[in-house]
Design a protein around this ligand. Structure first.
Ligand code: DQA
Length: 156
């Protein structure tokens, strides 16, 4: 399996990856720092951009607090042929609509990596269920900001 940097032929455009974060993740840095650490979402996105560049990818980083907007972005990923790194936030645990949109991504032949900063399996009972995991290509959880970077690496 190739590691960084990917060799690309001149003129080849770098593949785009959508890096999507769901509700409350815009509050990283001040939101429960004992659980999520002190990195802000801007820090996460800056690290993702650096890693993506090293891997020969273009990262399109977005965050929303709105389920419908997240679903629209998952549809857009299919339409433009982008793989997806997704932290669904609390939607992970109950949103069948987000799950169905993730299934549209993976059944279209794109990869979708579910990521979590924390390890939901080691937290409250309601976080032990992911309705997304069963339709994701894979999951990375528990490594803080590194979870996003490991997910990018998994895609190459
Ligand atoms: C989270 C874990 C979820 O349980 C929680 O609702 C979040 C963040 C994580 O990144 O660890 O909002 O997805």
């Amino acid at each position: 399996m190739p590691t960084r940097p990917l060799t690309r032929l001149p003129g080849m455009t770098a593949p785009t990856v959508f890096v999507l974060s769901g509700p409350n993740l815009n509050r990283l840095g001040t939101r429960e720092p004992e659980v999520y650490g002190s990195d802000t979402l801007d820090d996460v996105h800056a690290a993702v951009q650096r890693e993506a560049r090293d891997l020969g990818l273009v990262a399109d980083c977005r965050q929303t607090n709105h389920e419908g907007e997240l679903i629209d972005w998952l549809h857009e990923a299919v339409d433009v042929g982008a793989d997806v790194v997704l932290n669904p936030g609390a939607f992970t645990h109950y949103s069948y609509a987000v799950r169905d949109a993730c299934a549209i991504v993976t059944t279209s032949g794109r990869s979708l990596v579910e990521v979590h900063l924390s390890n939901p399996a080691a937290r409250e009972e309601f976080r032990h269920t992911s309705v997304v995991a069963g339709v994701a290509t894979g999951t990375v959880a528990g490594f803080g900001l590194q979870s996003y970077l490991l997910a990018l690496r998994a895609l190459v």
